[in-house]
Design a protein around this ligand. Structure first.
Ligand SMILES: C[S@@+](CC[C@H](N)C(=O)[O-])C[C@H]1O[C@@H](n2cnc3c(N)ncnc32)[C@H](O)[C@@H]1O
Length: 296
């Protein structure tokens, strides 16, 4: 909605409605509202310090998922060491009080690693404040098959019907912002504050093995950020975080190593209706990481 201004000298005359100033200036930096084809760590190194308010991501889980162009089966310690370098760079890129919501699933039953413990330990050692963990209950128990020893205590299995969203802050619990840029309703705030979120997995996979459901991302964005903030996903896949961020009036940064997923994300973001994305630019093409600033 625009503001009403008196356009005549002396304060007399017709009042005209001037459209609200777009939040994106013509000199908007190349990384903002961009789909970046590149490696997560290399691209983060090219982003300025203190430029992102909220990061939401789900890294490759290292459980052999067949992503296009990425081998999801590193040695567990190498995998954690690699992610730690990414979290370290993210810490630099977040604003003071900036948030990081990390989605991670329990690993397979047989070769079980409590990876959410490993990740939260690493992030806290890097200086992140751990705010909470949300249980994303996926309601998938109708499809269970791996009982272990059926109806016997000999070796029964617990089937993971949930995933975690571990939530962290940089430096401060508070994120400063304008009250006018809050868009969560009282009813939503009350409902989301219960950390057990029952949300079915995404049915529309868009050729990707593990996309986020939009409802999960919309809740995180409304709960943890203000309109006009910058929301990042450095393992962005099909662009769920970027397109929901844009539809909620936030800037986005989408990074993925696969050119095919970047192209899918670009098409998806471009379909967000302009009316819901006031002031947020849709990227016109996929940007290569080395077209941003030189890596630090
Ligand atoms: C779990 S999926 C993310 C799916 C995403 N949340 C969505 O809604 O579509 C992980 C993504 O990380 C990407 N990826 C793997 N290694 C990467 C790297 N080194 N840098 C950037 N992206 C990478 C994969 O291509 C894959 O799309």
């Amino acid at each position: 909605m625009g503001k009403v201004h008196d356009r005549t000298a002396g304060g007399r005359g017709v009042k005209v409605r001037v459209p609200a100033r777009p939040r994106t200036s013509p000199r908007s930096p190349a990384w903002r509202d961009a789909v970046v084809h590149g490696d997560a760590l290399d691209t983060l190194r090219r982003l300025p310090a203190g430029s992102v308010h909220l990061a939401i991501t789900s890294p490759p889980y290292n459980v052999g998922i067949p992503y296009l162009g990425y081998a999801d089966d590193r040695h567990h310690d190498d995998y954690l060491a690699w992610l730690k370098t990414v979290w370290e760079e993210l810490h630099r890129v977040l604003v003071p009080g900036g948030r990081f919501a990390l989605n991670v699933a329990p690993t397979s039953i047989k070769d079980f690693h409590p990876i959410h413990h490993d990740l939260s330990t690493d992030l806290r050692r890097l200086g992140y404040i751990m705010r909470t963990e949300i249980i994303w209950y996926k309601q998938t128990m109708g499809r269970r098959t791996a009982w272990g020893s059926w109806k016997s205590p000999a070796n029964p299995h617990i089937i993971p019907s949930w995933e975690y969203v571990l939530v962290f802050s940089k430096g401060d619990w508070r994120l400063e912002g304008n009250r006018a840029d809050i868009d969560i309703t009282g009813e939503e705030f009350q409902r989301f504050s219960d950390g057990h979120w029952a949300i079915p997995p995404e049915r529309h996979r868009r050729g990707h093995p593990a996309p986020f459901p939009e409802e999960l991302i919309a809740r995180l964005i409304k709960y943890y950020s203000y309109r006009g903030n910058v929301v990042l996903d450095m393992f962005g896949g099909t662009g769920t975080v970027a397109s929901v961020a844009r539809s909620l009036g936030r800037h986005f940064v989408h990074i993925d190593a696969s050119p095919e997923y970047c192209e899918l994300a670009l098409q998806r973001i471009a379909r967000v209706p302009a009316a819901s994305a006031v002031g947020i630019a849709a990227p016109r093409s996929v940007t290569e990481a080395d077209a941003l600033s030189p890596a630090r």
